[in-house]
Write a protein that binds this ligand. Structure first.
Ligand code: FES
Ligand code: FES
Length: 163
C-alpha cells in the first residue's frame, strides 16, 4: 500500500507493509530522517518522537497507515528556526549537555511544550521531559535550560509586538 503525507512541509510517499511502524517508514532510505533513533520500540525511550498533526507522539507506537494524509514534523524541519536556536542556547547557558542519542528528542519535546505553553510551570516541564528516558542529565539544569529557552522565545515575541 502506498500512502502520502507531509513530512517537514514536503509532500512524501511511502510504500508500507501491514504491521509497519511509522518509525520504520520514517527512518528508511527514501525518507532520510536521521534525527530519529528508535530503540525500545515500546514507547519508553522517546528517541522516536515526532510531531504528528500537531501532537507529540512516539512514532514507534503509531501504525504506519495512520500517517496517511498526516502532517509530520521532525527536528530536521525545525533546525533553522529561532525556537530551536533558543533551546540550544538554553542548553548551553544552563550547562546542560544532552547526549547525541536524546538531544533531538528532548529538543522536539521542549519545542512542543513552549509552543503550547509559553511560560510552563516546573511540573509541566517535568511532565514534558519525562517523555524521553534519561538518567544521566541533571534534571535541575535541564529545567533551567527550558526556562531560559522560554524566556528567549517570549522576549522575541514581545520585541516583535513592540515594533
Ligand atoms: S523507540 Fe519509540 S519510544 Fe523507544
Ligand atoms: S540519554 Fe542522553 S543525556 Fe541521558
Amino acid at each position: 500500500m502506498i500512502i502520502t503525507f507531509i513530512l517537514n512541509g514536503m509532500p512524501r510517499k511511502a510504500k508500507i507493509r501491514s504491521g509497519d511502524r511509522l518509525s520504520t517508514i520514517l527512518t528508511e532510505e527514501n525518507l532520510p530522517i536521521k534525527s530519529l533513533m528508535p530503540d525500545c520500540l515500546s514507547g519508553h525511550c522517546g528517541k522516536c518522537l515526532i510531531i504528528m498533526d500537531k501532537r507529540l507522539v512516539y512514532s514507534c507506537l503509531v501504525p504506519a497507515f495512520r500517517a496517511r494524509d498526516a502532517e509530520i514534523l521532525t527536528i530536521e524541519g525545525l533546525s533553522d528556526s529561532d525556537d530551536v536556536r533558543d533551546i540550544q542556547k538554553g542548553f548551553h547557558e544552563a550547562h546542560c549537555h544532552p547526549c547525541s542519542f536524546c538531544k533531538n528528542a528532548k529538543t522536539l519535546a521542549i519545542w512542543d511544550l513552549l509552543n503550547r505553553i509559553p511560560l510552563p510551570t516546573e511540573g509541566q516541564i517535568e511532565e514534558t521531559l519525562s517523555v524521553v528516558s534519561c538518567a544521566c542529565t541533571d534534571p535541575v539544569s535541564l529545567k533551567k535550560a527550558v526556562l531560559i529557552a522560554a524566556e528567549l522565545k517570549n522576549q522575541r515575541k514581545y520585541h516583535r509586538a513592540d515594533k
